[in-house]
Ligand binder design. Sequence first.
Ligand code: NOJ
Length: 512
Amino acid sequence: MWWQEAVVYQIYPRSYFSTGTGVGDLRGIIERLDHIVDLCVDAIWMSPVYCSPHADHGYDVSDYFDIDPLFGTMADFDDLLAAAHARGLRVLLDMVPNHTSDQHAWFIEAVQAGPGSAARDRYLFRDGRGPDGSLPPTDTVCSFGGGTVWTRITEADGTPGQWYFHLFTPEQPDLNWAQPQVLAEFERIWRFWLDKGVDGFRVDVADHLTKDVDRTDMPEGNQLLEHDGHNRTHQVWQHLRRVLDSYDGQRTAVGEVWARGAEHAGYAVDFPTTFAFDVLKADWDAAKLRAAISGAMWERDELGATPAWVVDNHDTPRTATRLGPGQTGVHRSLAMTQLLLSLPGSVYLYQGQELGLPNVDDLPDEVLADPIWARSDFTDRGRDGCRVPLPWSGDEPSFGFAPPGVKPWLPQPAAFADLTIERQRTNPDSFLNTVRKLVRLRHEHPALRCGSFRWLDSPDGVLAFERSCEADRVVFMVNMSDTPVSLPAGTVVAGDVRGQLPPDRAVWLAGA
Ligand code: NOJ
């Protein structure tokens, strides 16, 4: 199956390319598809482009069957799908099943319909505690800030009413997945997009669908996994997997599963692929990385699962900053990208990762747009730093991202001038051209794409493994220690080496 070894490029549509407003759009993606094609990737995943009031930048969907006017029209979407397919790129959409927007027709109906109604039962409404119900049903804390996971509504007659549960912002009410209508509706949504020809979905919050919201012993909202909740969540995914598999064309899905260990393994068999987030969380720590990779490889070998390797996405500070200061972080980010591209499974690259973009940590307070900023009482700056629009060309903002004179929705730093796609294209040793070469080599080497995997002995702070497929053998090595290490025998296929492997660098060797 193509997705078992695919390289997927994540587009954050707001920040990819804007043809008009300073917010990226679908026509912008079509116009700049060649950048992705040049990277030799197999597919794109787009963060949500459905109708949304954008309380959480599209992860609050008000209509799953239409495109938000901010991004374009359904005709634009159809054109994008056709353009991508014509260039050999598969297209994955982001599916958001845990919650809807509070502007979704179902939620509006639920508020109007009153307590005990079938409409209210599609969400998680409860009476409040205390004589007048003015206390939230539990003390569970929301991981998106703002204190509680509960918000009280005003009933249709104007009186203070029931409370509803939201793992994220109040504008994202959680659905009640114990209610069969919810699954039926999501099957309809999946079929709608699969019938259009999309190649699959990235599934948001895949491991949290069913939860015991009445539990009182969980301080953090997103730890609220019900004891038997996994079983019910697994049933949902097994059902939707059958839907996916009933289509031709090798449709797929990748689960956003932050659960760990045995819990993760459960989802790794439900989904064609699941993100191996332990690798992302290991940062620049050889022992943790080795354990994380081994865990995912265990799922692969024992359960037939396909790991989806990822270190950068729209929720996490960019590796070029997260993994170290200055150029150290940039070198490590490149080495990490090479590590991912050396592993068996699918690889997800987040837009801008191919440029070595830094996280923008000094955005002015007044432009911060992530709901976490306001909900944390302006203490947690949220995720905007990794969502700053891409620099395409030129020497000053918007670096070709938006038409002249149009301000991007988040300001770009002056330092982006050296990192534009235009500038990096002309330098054969640029970050961009190196990543492009690595992706191309992964495609060319059967060993890297689909060969066997074996750890090799290595000194502390160094990871080394071998991939091999018949006569093709590639050794990967990354140096996370602070001294140079000697290289095993073989010809350098890719890597910045000078006789030895310097700290913060990775290498591919062949032919040993
Ligand atoms: C995970 C998404 O990646 C993130 O951006 C979003 O805020 C939450 N899920 C809620 O949908």
